[in-house]
Ligand binder design. Structure first.
Ligand SMILES: [Zn+2]
Ligand SMILES: [Zn+2]
Length: 350
C-alpha cells in the first residue's frame, strides 16, 4: 500500500510499504477513508524531529521512517475496543494518544500525560495510508449522523475542548482565542458550541476573513492587541485566553489579554522560550497553564456534532488525494495561504 512517510526534516515521501501487522499494542486494524493534516505534521516537516523520536518508541518500538497522520476516520476491519462495544464493520476515529495504561498518570485517567506516551502517526505508523494499526483502547465509534469530514476533525476539535477545560471555562465567561489556524479555529467553534461568544485574534487577513465568515467576532492581532481584546470583550480582558499561535512573542501578549483572575492557556507549542513578567500574573491573580492534547474528549466532540451543535467540517478548505499529499505539505510549509484545514482522501488509494 502507499504511505506518506516522514524520513527527516523536509523529507516526506509516498512510499510503497507492507500493510501493517497487528501487535499486542497495535491490536486493531482500520481501513482509512480520510486523514487530516495537522500543524504538528507540518512542524515535523519544517523543523523536525520535534515530537518524532529517532530511536525506537518505548511502546510501539517504531522509529522513522514513520507514516504520518493521526486525524483519521475509517472502518474497523479487525480487533475491537477493550469493552467489546466497537467491532469490525463500524465507522471509527481514534483518540491518537499512545499510552502504557499502568503508570500513575494512566491509572488516574490522565493518559495524555503518560510517561511513555506518544501519538499515532508520530510514534507509530499513522493514517496517511489505506490501513493503520492502532491500540483497541484508542478506538472511538462515529455516530451515523456524523459525516466522514466531520469525524476526521474529531481529534483537533478535542484539542480545542481540552484547552477550554484547562482554562476552567465557566458559563458566562468571556473568551479570546489567539490565532485562527486549525487549533484556534477548533477552539473558537467549540466555545461557540458551548454557548460562549469567543473573540478571535489573528494577524493574517485571509484567516481573519475566514473567522468572520464563520460568524465569529474578530480582532486584528499585532501591537497593543490587548487593548483591542479588552474593548471587544469588556470587563478589563477575557476570563479565558487560549494561545494557539505557538509564536513565542505572543505569550506575553496573551497574558495582557486576560482579565483579573483570568486564565491563559498555552495550546500552541511556543516556538522558543518566551520572556514573561511574573508581576503581570501575580498582581492580577492570573493563571498561566499548558494544555497538551486531550483526555476522553473525542466522544464529547462527536456528541456535540451528533446533536447538531457543532460542524467541524466548516473549517475544511482543502481535500486532496494521497497522491498529492507530498505537494500539499511542501506548499503549506511555505505558508498557509487560504488553507485553514486540509484533509487527505485515502479512500481510493490502493
Ligand atoms: Zn494533531
Ligand atoms: Zn502511562
Amino acid at each position: 500500500m502507499l504511505a506518506l512517510r516522514w524520513h527527516g526534516r523536509e523529507d516526506v515521501r509516498l512510499d510503497d510499504v507492507q500493510a501493517p501487522q497487528l501487535t499486542p499494542l497495535l491490536d486493531a486494524l482500520i481501513e482509512v477513508e480520510l486523514c487530516g493534516l495537522c500543524g504538528t505534521d507540518l512542524a515535523e516537516y519544517r523543523h523536525g524531529p520535534g515530537m518524532i523520536r529517532m530511536s525506537p518508541h518505548p511502546l510501539s518500538g517504531q522509529q522513522p521512517p514513520i507514516t504520518l497522520g493521526h486525524e483519521l476516520v475509517g472502518t474497523l476491519v479487525e480487533g475491537s475496543s477493550p469493552d467489546g462495544t466497537i467491532t469490525p464493520g463500524m465507522r471509527v476515529t481514534v483518540d491518537a494518544c499512545l499510552r502504557c495504561g499502568t503508570c500513575a498518570a494512566c491509572v488516574r485517567g490522565d493518559y495524555h500525560r503518560c510517561r511513555y506516551g506518544g501519538s499515532i502517526g508520530l510514534h507509530s505508523d499513522g493514517g496517511f495510508a489505506r490501513h493503520v494499526a492502532v491500540p483497541g483502547a484508542c478506538l472511538v465509534a462515529v455516530p451515523d449522523s456524523v459525516t466522514d469530514r466531520q469525524a476526521a476533525l474529531t481529534e483537533p476539535f478535542a484539542v480545542g475542548l481540552h484547552a477550554l477545560e484547562r482554562g476552567g471555562l465557566r458559563t458566562g465567561d468571556t473568551i479570546a482565542v489567539l490565532g485562527f489556524g486549525p487549533i484556534g479555529a477548533a477552539t473558537a467553534l467549540v466555545a461557540q458550541a458551548l454557548g460562549a461568544a469567543p473573540v478571535v485574534v489573528e494577524l493574517d487577513p485571509l484567516r481573519l476573513a475566514a473567522a468572520q465568515r464563520l460568524g465569529l467576532t474578530v480582532v486584528e492581532g499585532g501591537e497593543d492587541v490587548h487593548r483591542r481584546v479588552r474593548a471587544a470583550v469588556g470587563g478589563g480582558g477575557a476570563d479565558v485566553v487560549v494561545e494557539s499561535t505557538g509564536a513565542a512573542a505572543v505569550v506575553p501578549q496573551a497574558i495582557e489579554c486576560a482579565a483579573r483572575g483570568g486564565r491563559i492557556v498555552l495550546a500552541g507549542l511556543p516556538s522558543r522560550a518566551s520572556e514573561i513578567d511574573g508581576r503581570r500574573l501575580t498582581l492580577f491573580e492570573r493563571s498561566l497553564v499548558g494544555s497538551l492534547g486531550y483526555r476522553h474528549d473525542c466522544p464529547r466532540i462527536l456528541a456535540l456534532v451528533d446533536a447538531g451543535r457543532l460542524d467541524p467540517s466548516a473549517i475544511v478548505t482543502d481535500v486532496v488525494p494521497l497522491g498529492e499529499a507530498v505537494e500539499l505539505i511542501q506548499r503549506l510549509a511555505g505558508g498557509p495561504g487560504t488553507t485553514i484545514k486540509a484533509l487527505v482522501a485515502i479512500g481510493d488509494t490502493p
